[in-house]
Design a binder for this molecule. Structure first.
Ligand SMILES: *Cc1c(COP(=O)(O)O)cnc(C)c1O
Length: 476
């Protein structure tokens, strides 16, 4: 192990500059301006400790240390430490609303509004008419009602919060009737029975997993019933011998018994997506019209806005929800409201929505257009991976994601990487996938059917140019 003799080690150690001398040196002056004294001092001490430990253990790469050398190592450490942990990536997974990659991307109108809200005071809770304290929901509830046909609205942190708050405010210590076919878990530990528990409500399950009838609901109604609830089975589909009771049957039943119906719609679609050739999903307005007294949905799924949970419905129930103490804990910040308003305004011009709303633009992007992108990126990816791999542009299917319409897929195009020798190459593909993930701007793809697959649906022009540049700079 150690081939450094005692005297050599002592000589090496004696030449290590003191911390004071390093900090006072001209080389370190600029670093101190940029990162501050405390951080630089800490990094210098760490670098010197590392060097001493290396010298003592006889690490052959350890040689006499000079200030310039120390500076480059300290600078690299400081740069790495101060790099943002939240990084931009390329979403080439083929899932447009990818929860782990931040779901909906916002249109420029929203970005500008957030920038303003970040840097200028705003009337968040200030009534400009009276000069008195205002309510942050007032900034946006009219617009939400206009787009959904609901009487009243409020906004909280996300849809899980919306459901928790609704149940807490309307069903605490009482029963909520839900079909067994709708007791779903939506990724990331959102389970209807758990939320129900947390809200202090008692779940009354009716029907079976595949079939629930109106009389199941009818027979379950009792003096303890507070709500009938329907939950969108977002991330799975039940098929075969099934029966679900439609909202327009449940609502009249609830109403004749003096009860309310709450619907957790999950993805909040505000417009009929089939007009763009996308699969049809019940809109919030249709849900309100079918008799829902409360509807909850996400801001960052199909709606295409920031993370938020929207609650719309009957005025008296929304008032009750807004008065509940949890509302204060779950409320949204000004950045969310700033982003949400311009996104909702885009819906006032539905004929331009597919071009302006980023999420819809990505979902409706034509496979032919994506194919051209794949053909443009192909040479750069082939260059980056070298000739042991075959990179081809091929048709594939994208998904909407975030539990919206799980069984539907969108015809897309992308790059498929396989080993040239035709071997399955599991380990090599994993290594390629890792290499892409470790790039300056990480590229996130997926491995399926013995190939690395990069779906280019979500790669719009500016990103495409950036990706090509990055790949050109990568060595094969
Ligand atoms: C996505 C989803 C949720 C959770 O919404 P978040 O906005 O992620 O909190 C709840 N219910 C349903 C039916 C969903 O699809």
């Amino acid at each position: 192990m150690s081939d450094v003799s005692g005297s050599e080690l002592r000589a090496l150690m004696a030449r290590v500059p003191s911390v004071e001398k390093v900090m006072a040196s001209a080389e370190f002056a600029a670093l101190i301006v940029e990162y501050g004294r405390t951080q630089v001092l800490g990094a210098v001490r760490e670098a010197l400790d590392r060097w001493r430990a290396g010298a003592q253990s006889g690490d052959a790469s350890v040689s006499a240390l000079d200030v310039a050398q120390l500076k480059s190592s300290v600078e690299a450490a400081l740069r790495q430490r101060n790099e943002s942990r939240l990084r931009s990536v390329f979403n080439l997974t083929g899932t447009v609303l990818h929860t782990n990659l931040g779901r909906a991307l916002l249109p420029d109108e929203a970005v500008q509004a957030v920038m303003k809200a970040l840097t200028q005071p705003a009337n968040l809770e200030f009534d400009l008419g009276t000069g008195k304290r205002g309510d942050r929901d007032d900034l946006i509830d009219d617009l939400i009602c206009e787009l959904t046909g609901a009487e009243a609205a409020t906004v909280v942190n996300n849809n899980a919060a919306a459901v928790l708050l609704t149940l807490s405010a309307l069903a605490s210590k009482k029963e909520v009737i839900v079909s067994r076919g709708e007791l779903v878990e939506i990724g990331g530990a959102f389970r209807i029975p758990d939320i129900m528990n947390r809200a202090g409500a008692k779940l009354r399950e009716v029907g079976t997993t595949n079939r629930t009838h109106l009389k199941d609901y009818e027979e379950a109604i009792g003096p303890q019933t507070a709500l009938l609830m329907k939950v969108h089975a977002s991330n799975y589909a039940i098929s075969g011998f099934t029966k679900e009771v439609a909202l327009d049957e449940i609502a009249p039943l609830a109403h004749t018994r003096g009860l309310a119906v709450a619907v957790d719609l999950g993805s909040g679609t505000l417009v009929d997506l089939s007009q763009w050739g996308l699969p049809r999903e019940t809109t919030v307005r249709e849900t309100v019209e079918a008799g829902a007294d409360i509807v909850t949905f996400s801001g960052d799924k199909l709606l295409g806005g920031p993370q938020a949970g929207l609650i719309v419905g009957r005025r008296d129930l929304i008032a009750k929800i807004k008065k509940h103490p949890l509302k204060r804990a779950l409320r949204v910040g000004k950045l969310t409201l700033a982003a949400l308003e311009p996104v909702l305004q885009l819906y006032r011009a539905p004929e331009r929505l597919a071009e302006r709303l980023t999420t819809l633009r990505l979902l409706t992007r034509a496979a032919g257009d994506i194919r051209l992108a794949a053909e443009r990126v192909q040479p750069a990816l082939q260059h980056a991976f070298g000739e042991r791999y075959a990179v081809t542009a091929e048709p594939m299917f994208s998904q909407i994601g975030s539990g919206a319409l799980p069984v539907d897929v969108l015809p897309s195009y992308g790059l498929v990487v396989k080993t040239v020798d035709g071997k399955r190459g599991g380990r090599q593909l994993l290594a390629l996938e890792k290499r892409l993930r470790e790039m300056a701007r990480p590229v996130i793809g997926r491995i399926a059917d013995d190939a690395l697959r990069l779906d280019l649906r979500c790669l719009e022009a500016a990103d495409e140019a950036e990706l090509i540049e990055q790949l050109k700079g990568a060595r094969a």
